[in-house]
Design a protein around this ligand. Structure first.
Ligand SMILES: Cc1ncc(COP(=O)(O)O)c(C=O)c1O
Length: 474
């Protein structure tokens, strides 16, 4: 059971005063948060009195809003126990809907994950021989398969960050790597500093571990270092950044900014964690600067096979300073013991000879990115975005703060998206939408048809809601 405090819920609910009738406005805002995923199934809402105080509203307003949500099936209340969010009839695959729908079904544009490369089949065939060479072992390697660790260490060394295989730990993906690191280094309600905006699952996952994620601003070319320093003054146990084809913005941070970040973090008590998951999704073949960890010797870097090769392999890794490795491996062996050997062998083959797979994946996604760009330019010309040189999604700026409403309207028509606010630690993101371009071109066309269809109504509704308020404040 997750709980949300009255203060946090009030921040998510947006500006007050509520509009008349207040209970209906509050019920609408709560419903939006439930449907767009910011209030998840099983979240316990604050008591009526506490939420009323946080909103500067009456208890009757909150009680009536809760009653409306109960009537609709979005809330269950038990006397003395509280009010719990429920998602009526939501199928379990709603958590990760697939971008490759079968039979014209729901399109999961909330997932920026690729299809497997065609080379996978022949690599699999080659595994039989390699398996027998492994000999009679348990197959448990809490730090990972030695040959994969050696190849990954080599690739860091070639990129200018000297690395020994003993510094590498193989994990079940990069997200799992991040949670292993925070579980090992952070405790209780520790604070974790992230970029504002950042990867939505990282933010929510940290929150559900009980930590307190909070944000510092990005700048046009890198990070707002004053905001970083101010954030670090609040004692962040861990600071998490994405420098290469950032999710969701696609931005690549330059060398000078990397050095400037490292100069700040290496003098602070925070542990810098750099997520390089998107590193190889370099669609335009741009020059990629040195790893950020070159500028902070205490930093931890995480990476993954998910975006460059295939997410279904579930293989990621950690590159850590030597003094941290033993502790991390011990913690890991209590969580999931080890990563699958067959998948590690496959990833080892791909890391050893990456060109064919990377070329294929980059060609496919460059084409899909350009297709999505064309569709948006033609069908939704008021939406703005920069074409990212890499990564797997566009970060779109909407002409109005309509992200949540748009996501709800699209979902009713079978297109599942992630609303902009989910890429923020607190508030913000209402004007943004992340649009992955991993789906096949015809699926993207179908999805943009839906968005172009629902947008005028959402646009009109939002402008109607906002006009009276701006008149009031004028
Ligand atoms: C920045 C970032 N980190 C981690 C992940 C998750 O990676 P994995 O599948 O290796 O857990 C993603 C997936 O989108 C991502 O964008």
């Amino acid at each position: 059971m997750r709980r949300t405090t009255a203060e946090r819920l009030a921040a998510l609910l947006g500006p007050t005063p509520l509009t008349y009738p207040r209970y209906a406005d509050l019920a609408n805002r709560l419903r939006l948060l439930i449907i767009d995923g910011r209030l998840t199934h099983d979240t316990r809402l604050p008591g009526e009195r506490d939420l009323a105080a946080a909103l500067g509203s009456s208890r009757v307003t909150v009680a009536s809003a809760y009653q409306r949500l109960r009537d609709e099936g979005h809330l269950v209340s038990r006397r003395g126990a509280g009010h719990d969010v429920v998602l009526p009839d939501a199928p379990i695959e709603r958590a990760l809907p697939d971008p490759f729908p079968r039979d014209g079904g729901v399109i999961g544009l909330s997932t920026a994950a690729t299809a497997p490369p065609p080379q996978l089949a022949s690599l699999l065939t080659g595994l039989t021989e390699r398996l027998s060479a492994l000999g009679q072992t348990s197959g448990y390697h809490p730090d990972g398969l030695p040959e994969l660790r050696a190849r990954l260490a080599d690739s860091y060394t070639r990129r200018g960050l000297p690395t020994e295989p003993e510094q590498m730990i193989i994990t079940n993906g990069a997200l799992s790597a991040l949670h292993l690191i925070t579980r090992h280094l952070a405790h209780g309600r520790d604070r974790i500093l992230l970029e504002e905006t950042s990867y939505s699952n990282a933010i929510e996952g940290l929150r559900r571990q009980g930590f307190r994620p909070y944000g510092f601003a990005l700048s046009d070319t890198g990070w707002d270092l004053d905001a970083l320093r101010a954030g670090l003054a609040d004692a962040a146990t861990v600071t998490y950044v994405i420098a290469d084809f950032h999710n969701p913005t696609g931005r690549m941070v330059g060398s000078a900014e990397r050095a400037a970040l490292g100069a700040v973090t290496r003098r602070s008590r925070t542990r810098l964690v750099i997520d390089e998951t998107m590193l190889e999704v370099n669609l335009d073949g741009i020059a990629v600067p040195e790893p950020v960890a070159c500028h902070d010797p205490t930093a931890i870097t995480i990476g993954s096979a998910s975006k460059s090769f295939w997410g279904g392999l579930r293989i990621g890794w950690i590159r850590a300073p030597r003094d941290l490795v033993r502790g991390l491996v011990e913690t890991r062996s209590l969580l999931d013991l080890s990563s699958p050997i067959l998948d590690q062998l496959l990833v080892s083959d791909m890391v050893g000879d990456p060109t064919a797979v990377l070329d294929h994946q980059r060609r496919v996604h460059r084409h899909r990115r350009d297709h999505l760009v064309r569709l948006l330019t033609e069908r939704l010309p008021t939406w703005e975005f920069e074409v990212p040189p890499g990564g797997l999604s566009l970060w779109v700026t909407l002409p109005r703060p309509a992200s949540g409403q748009l996501v709800v309207a699209a979902e009713r028509r079978g297109v599942v998206l992630t609303a902009g606010p989910r890429f923020h630690t607190e508030s913000g993101g209402d004007r943004h939408l992340r649009l992955p371009y991993v789906a096949e071109p015809e699926t993207l066309t179908r999805a943009i048809d839906v968005l172009a269809d629902v947008w005028p109504t959402v646009d009109t509704e939002i402008s109607a809601q906002r006009t009276p308020r701006s008149r009031l404040s004028a």
